[in-house]
Design a protein around this ligand. Structure first.
Ligand code: PGA
Length: 251
């Protein structure tokens, strides 16, 4: 399976800037041996879709979703609505949502299940805080998050789920978790997935996120068990994100 790199714009770029980003990024030389996606805010999905024209790279990702198909849920967006923009992936349970919006493992599981049912690949974000790591609880916390999120999921060829391991202490801090540390947790996550689905490592992608940059991406991607990256800060400039993609898969 190809490695997957997802740009997570977070709460940056409304429709005008999103369109400009896509046009600039499309001018970059992009490696074919990677799957590349961009996770845009809801309001920018239409601009991303139309700026892409017939191009399919980057694939379109959303940053959040609600679990119901439709109804009286003011302010929410359903998986079917995301499909109207050809959305391929959707982040769920990003630590910023867990922290600021009170998203729980149960909500994450419902969102992931609804996405898969609609044919969109959920990208389930998990990761421990600095305090949890210090206490020696990192593995226990992440195992629990992965187990609960996978509750209603299938190993589905149409909308395969992805796990993004993002140690919270490394997000936006410039303090990357070493490839060796990341691999330890990726191995744990692959093992939890294997226990439930009996699929081999490599059949379900587990990607890494947290201060990934052009200068360290290849270290992660050359590590067995790390199947891609979720990139925040270093995805905001389309040219340096292009460089990051090329550094991930040198031609
Ligand atoms: P960062 O963010 O690359 O800026 O650390 C990653 C993320 O939160 O997805």
């Amino acid at each position: 399976m190809k490695k997957l790199i997802i740009a997570n714009w977070k709460m940056y770029y409304g429709p005008i800037k999103a369109g400009a980003w896509i046009r600039a990024f499309r001018r970059e030389r992009l490696p074919k041996e990677l799957d590349i996606a961009v996770a845009a805010p809801f309001v920018s999905l239409a601009a991303v879709r139309s700026s892409l024209g017939r191009a399919s790279t980057p694939a379109i990702a959303a940053q959040n979703v609600f679990w119901a198909r439709e109804g009286a849920f003011t302010g929410e967006v359903s998986p079917d609505m995301l499909l109207e923009f050809d959305t391929t992936y959707c982040l769920v349970g990003h630590s910023e949502r867990r922290t600021h919006l009170g998203e729980t493992d149960k909500m994450v599981a419902k969102k992931a299940k609804a996405l898969q049912a609609a044919g969109i690949s959920p990208v389930i974000c998990v990761g421990e805080t600095a305090a949890e790591r210090k206490r020696g609880d990192a593995t226990k916390v992440v195992r629990g998050q992965v187990r609960e999120a996978m509750e209603g999921l299938k190993v589905d060829g149409r909308a395969p789920f992805v796990i993004a391991y993002e140690p919270i202490w490394s997000i936006g801090t410039g303090q990357p978790c070493s490839a060796r540390q990341a691999k330890e947790m990726h191995d744990v996550i692959h093992e939890v997935i294997f226990k439930k689905f009996k699929v081999k490592c490599g059949e379900v992608r587990v990607i890494y996120g947290g201060s990934v940059e052009p200068r360290n991406i290849s270290e992660y991607l050359n590590t067995v068990g790390i199947d891609g990256a979720l990139v925040g800060g270093a995805s905001l400039d389309p040219r340096s994100f292009g460089l990051l993609c090329r550094s991930a898969a040198p031609a």
